[in-house]
Design a protein around this ligand. Structure first.
Ligand code: SME
Length: 137
């Protein structure tokens, strides 16, 4: 239990660093999968608190990434039909799966108040961030 608390504290620090240092990262969180329940659970975040701390696989952008194992870059959230709105200010979102020993165990989720802000550079950077986080889990 102590090890997990430490990992969650470190992930919170990662969220805070990303959210404060990158202007268009307005909300940053890590969700992790409960495979038996087929749900995602919010374990660390920076930004406004969200009601969506538990998300079923398949639901929203996050739930789709839990099943696809692929990056999901949303330039315009209004164009998405399977989307869970957390804030009226959010215009775009990026979700990158987090792999541990080749298995999709969770994801980093970033919301932006800026329209279409995410590039391939963000994808490569966040893949790297997730590799660093996987190493402390
Ligand atoms: N928008 C996400 C839900 C999580 S909130 O962005 C924090 C989705 O559609 O899965």
């Amino acid at each position: 239990a102590n090890d997990r608390e430490t990992a969650e504290q470190r992930m919170t620090e990662v969220c805070e660093l990303l959210q404060t240092s990158i202007g268009y990262y307005d909300w940053v969180g890590f969700y992790f999968a409960n495979e038996a329940e087929r749900t995602l659970h919010l374990k660390a975040f920076a930004g406004e608190p969200t009601d969506h701390t538990v998300i079923p696989f398949g639901k929203g952008i996050c739930g789709q990434v839990a099943e696809s194992n692929k990056n999901f870059v949303v330039a315009d959230v209004k164009a998405q039909t399977n989307y869970i709105a957390c804030s009226i200010y959010v215009k775009a979102e990026i979700v990158i799966p987090l792999f541990k020993d080749g298995k999709n165990i969770g994801q980093i989720d970033i919301d932006s108040h800026t329209a279409d802000p995410f590039s391939e550079e963000d994808e490569r950077f966040l893949e790297w961030v997730n590799e660093q986080v996987a190493a402390i889990l």
